[in-house]
Design a binder for this molecule. Structure first.
Ligand SMILES: Cc1cc2nc3c(=O)[nH]c(=O)nc-3n(C[C@H](O)[C@H](O)[C@H](O)COP(=O)(O)O)c2cc1C
Length: 215
């Protein structure tokens, strides 16, 4: 079978669960936490991995996966290099969107909002808890910049490993957290024959408005 034939014939029909206005929590953060708990209990492979999209100053969107490392009262925190492509995009345009897909539960969550840097004390605390090899990696990698060769990176890691052999690794200034503060959530539950359940939350002043969307 050719790839294109395969693409045309592949069909998943979703039927595991449903999502109704009666079941959903009226606070989207609580709803997210409820689903995340179910995802971890169901052994979803990478439950905290989320796609995050940014838009460049030229209006070009790009997406990549990051780990959600903290859920605060007002948003979702991830850590990255502040010199990376995504960070440059966010400096120019702080609007962003996360998307999580948990195939094992036939669920998708979309979260749209505005991104800001977290307090440096929060980044310090998280960085200090990371394994030493990851801390050294944060120093070694000029994330998203061109790299002459793999050997170049590995030499740098070896050099830094020696430099910090008996020392605490400080957080690089260009490495830290961002928080996405949402104004929109959508919870998607796959249903039979593409008649999926979609429940959206939009923030109006300080109130979350709940609406069902067509699949
Ligand atoms: C499962 C998974 C988790 C990842 N987690 C992170 C993360 O938490 N932070 C990060 O900067 N990159 C993470 N990455 C790498 C990013 O996807 C991406 O390659 C990197 O951040 C550079 O993106 P950019 O050039 O668009 O800024 C992860 C990749 C995968 C596949």
């Amino acid at each position: 079978m050719s790839t294109n034939e395969y693409l045309k014939q592949l069909r998943s029909d979703f039927s595991k669960q449903s999502l109704s206005e009666d079941d959903i929590d009226h606070n989207p953060f609580t709803q997210f936490n409820n689903w995340l708990k179910e995802a971890t209990e169901s052994n979803v492979l990478e439950p905290i991995a989320t796609t995050i999209s940014t838009v460049s100053k030229y209006g070009q969107p790009s997406s990549r996966v990051v780990y959600i490392r903290d859920i605060q009262e007002n948003g979702f925190v991830f850590y990255t290099n502040y010199g990376s492509k995504k960070s440059h995009d966010l400096e120019m345009n702080p609007k962003s969107c996360m998307n999580l897909f948990w195939p094992e539960l036939e669920r998708q969550i979309r979260i749209e909002g505005i991104i800001e840097k977290v307090d440096s004390s929060i980044s310090d605390e998280y960085f200090n808890d990371r394994p030493k090899a990851s801390q050294i990696g944060a120093w070694a990698s000029q994330q998203s910049q061109k790299l002459a060769s793999r050997a170049h990176l590995e030499d740098k890691v070896n050099e830094l490993t020696n430099q910090y052999a008996n020392k605490k690794v400080p957080r690089p200034e260009n490495w830290g957290g961002f928080i996405l503060v949402p104004h929109y959530f959508e919870f998607w539950q796959g249903r039979k024959s593409r008649l999926h359940d979609r429940i959206a939350f939009s923030k109006d002043e300080d109130v979350w408005k709940i609406e069902r969307l067509n699949p």
